[in-house]
Design a protein around this ligand. Structure first.
Ligand SMILES: [Cu+2]
Length: 90
């Protein structure tokens, strides 16, 4: 089972990324979105950032090597927006 999973991971390693969805209630406009996107771009390994101002949600594509904490820190300490929740899915 473990070997199988590892083989599967290897075979698609070039596109392999988790989807991390964050709820950030204080996002209100495109300027908020820009600040958050800029902060996240400084975290190495993050492949894609989408900020939805309507849903007040940030969706990131990043490999498992990018920790939840480094993502939270970028948004909370660099951009100064409180993260209400963080969900990671494969
Ligand atoms: Cu704003």
């Amino acid at each position: 089972m473990k070997a199988l999973l590892f083989a599967a991971l290897l075979s698609c390693s070039s596109v392999f990324a988790d989807t991390i969805t964050l709820s950030v209630p204080k996002i209100v406009c495109s300027s908020c979105a820009e600040k958050i996107t800029e902060a996240l771009k400084s975290v190495s390994g993050i492949q894609k950032v989408d900020v939805n101002t309507k849903l007040k949600q940030v969706v990131i594509q990043a490999p498992a090597s990018v920790t939840d904490q480094s993502i939270r820190d970028a948004i909370e300490k660099k951009a100064n927006y409180e993260v209400k929740s963080l969900t990671r899915t494969l």
